[in-house]
Design a protein around this ligand. Structure first.
Ligand code: SF4
Length: 237
């Protein structure tokens, strides 16, 4: 799997290869079970039930790094943050920021396109309770590392959605940029900002999960501030 990720010549190749990954037995079983059992509201739909690749153009200057696909969102539709409440909040914010052509993301063929932005997750398969194990995170890391490598020429800013994504960034520094991560590691927080030399800036943002958005811990205005900052740092108009 590591070798396959490293061999991916471009994003299309990587997206195809990751979609065919079976490296984590627990997650493979879970993604397939969810796709078979389904949620009542989606029982007439064919679930994707496989790893979910990244989304966005290869010359992205901003990356949004999430945790993992949702069982009935990305794992159903085959597109990251698509078809769930987290995506509703995220894509509405990206649209307000001028980084998405539409404010909703309901299915893989709904016409959504992103500008200057690539979205991907630290773990590419939906995990039970949204909680991958450390071993699953590490097993999946080569996909993330290769994806960052492929957009490295233009990438300027990474927005980490939540502490898991924030922590997943440090190995990227070593693997992709050949840099030793800072010690101690900068602490995750909403609005946290870390920058190093010749590497993308890292911005922390609370995850767009319902737990955060329904409770008001993360508001649309807070997301707008993060994407305004990301655009400034990335030089995106
Ligand atoms: S989580 Fe990542 S490494 Fe594990 S099966 Fe899914 S795509 Fe493969």
């Amino acid at each position: 799997m590591v070798a396959r990720a490293a061999r991916a010549a471009d994003l299309a190749d990587l997206d195809g290869a990751v979609s065919d990954c079976f490296a984590c037995p627990r997650l493979v079983a879970w993604r397939e079970e969810v796709a078979r059992v389904k949620r009542a509201a989606f029982r007439d739909q064919d679930y994707w039930g496989r790893p979910v690749p990244g989304l966005g153009p290869p010359d992205a200057r901003i990356a949004i790094l999430g945790l993992a696909p949702a069982a009935h969102g990305g794992n159903r539709t085959g597109r990251i943050f698509t078809g769930d409440r987290s995506g509703d909040v995220l894509f509405a914010a990206l649209h307000r920021a001028g980084l998405a052509n539409q404010p909703t993301s309901v299915s893989a063929d709904d016409g959504l396109t992103l500008r200057d932005t690539r979205i991907f997750a630290a773990v590419r398969c939906a995990p039970p309770d949204n909680k991958p194990t450390p071993a699953e995170r590490d097993t999946c890391a080569p996909w993330l590392h290769r994806e960052v490598e492929l957009i490295r020429p233009t990438l300027r800013v990474v927005v980490a959605l939540g502490a898991f994504a924030w922590a997943a960034w440090w190995p990227v520094l070593r693997q992709v940029y050949g840099q030793r991560p800072p010690t101690p590691r900068p602490v995750f927080g909403h609005g946290a900002h870390w920058s190093g030399e010749s590497v993308p800036a890292l911005l922390g943002c609370y995850h767009v999960s319902q737990q955060n958005t329904f409770t008001g811990r993360l508001t649309p205005a807070m997301l707008d501030d993060v994407f305004t900052r990301a655009k400034e740092l990335a030089g995106v108009d």
